[in-house]
Design a protein. Sequence first.
Length: 620
Amino acid sequence: MIPLFEKIKEVARTLLPVTILVMVLCFTIIDAEADIIIRFIVGSVMLLIGLSVFLWGVDLAMKPIGEQMSLEVAYSKSPFKIAVLGFLLGFLITVAEPDLLILGMQLEQASGGALNASAIVYLVSTGVGVMVSLGVFKLLQDKPLSAFMAITYGVILVLAFLVSEEFLAISFDASGATTGALTTPFVLALSLGLSKVKGGKHSEENSFGLVGIMSAGPVLAVMLMSVISGQKNIRGDMGEFVAAEGVLGPIINSIPAVFVESLIALLPISVLFFIFDFKKFKLSRDEISGIIKGLVFTLAGLTLFLAAVNSGFLDMGRIIGMEIAGLNRWMLIGTGFLLGLITVLVEPAVHVLGGQIEEVTGGHIPINLIRISLSIGVGIAIALSMVRIAVPEVKLWYFLLSGFAIAILLSFFSDPVFIGIAFDAGGVASGPMTATFVLAFAQGAAAVVDTANVLVDGFGVIAMVAMAPVLSIMILGTIFRHKKVEYPAVENKAFKAPHLLEEATVRHDCILAVIDRGFAEKVVDIARQAGAGGATIIHGRGVDENQKVKLPILQIELQPEKEIVLLITGAHVSACVADSLLRDAQLAENGKIAVYMSTTQAMAETIASGKDPGDSECDA
């Protein structure tokens, strides 16, 4: 139960600001009925419990399932099998994503039935399946993410000029809705497992990016559907909003339908996993028991979470949007910024992404810095979405196309690890809270403002939320990469093996080579050519005290990635090995190598023989 309490504390810290903001608005400028306020409070408690249980279930079930399926994909030798598995995993996990189901329902209601919810869901899921399949091939073949995304968004840019404003907003909103509470942890686990199997010096960068790749699938699918079918505009009328009456009644009545939706969300991918386990994985009874337990917790948590969102948060978000827009449309901008600043912290997918960042980087990329960037970026994004509602001359594509174009350009100058994180963050920031509370807030505001169109201006906010973190974190990655560390000059001279002990007791020397990441294998090759044997490579981050790099203003330390190569060499070749490493121009200039050497007794031989080091009789 300790992990559950930890999740509760984690969610409580992020949920409290949203609840406080809503309550302050309700007791100051918003005229909301008592039933709605009480239902919102009850929904907040349900959300706290549901989200905590859900995140616990994700740790127990969805992550192991994703990792096991990644092994099946990675070890498949047939390109056709890899493509089919990648498509199935992407399609099945998306076709039942609750966020996408909610968006489909809202699109059908806003268009007066002109758009069918099920058709949107299956169309978007197909796009996701195709992009996941392509993303898996990219990862396994170690292709750069920046070039892949540049080509993808280049195609999107061309299609954007061929579709109407409605389809532009819907396509990017669908993209954000696909990366929700269910798909994100699964796809993150899938990419992490694939990168571990693939290995190599780009393993850390490959752990991220697949969520960002799959996010492009819905955009391409919806735009291509509009272009191929020739459908330019959507005609429909959104009915008048009437809030549900009562406190517990609407919540209780919504639970059966939400439970079925959640069950459908988990069933396809669970069945696929158990089929593979029966035929190939053959996991132990304890492992299967843990996964089943996790699936039950995930189902229960997701049901409570969605029931709370649909019954409490959806109505409250729409009412706040309508009330503020009716009072003063310019107040929408400030309120939108505050909502974005704090709402992104409650997204379940943000918690999952943060955990993956900690695991793959060993905690060396500051999670607080990532969260600050996400919050500020999303706050600005929602504020700009409110500007679109208040000022009819401002169009969605002004921000979307220019924002993604700048992000793609920066990807060629950013730190490689930040590229995948940025595109993943764009997907995870637009999760359940954005697809319900924030989208309802925007639709409520658009319904009141005379010059706004609900289908054009009421949608697109998820798209803005998905774009902002990509741009903000890419800027952060560019600053990080080009913030150089000044290293003291190392005198390039030959080492001479020290002889502090008598020749009879000196057998080996220990050489430590500290080098920038990516050069360790070259160090090993040069050392072996000079007479060294095996080597141990350690990867991490760190600098000397006087070499720390801090981002200006925030004063958050970002340590460069380093590799340490440990060599145990015979004393008669130690000087030659060290000298060869220091004289290599590439290691000195590009790798910033530093070599340290000290004497040691013949530890490898004495440990293997079980003798006391002083009793060693091995020859040097």
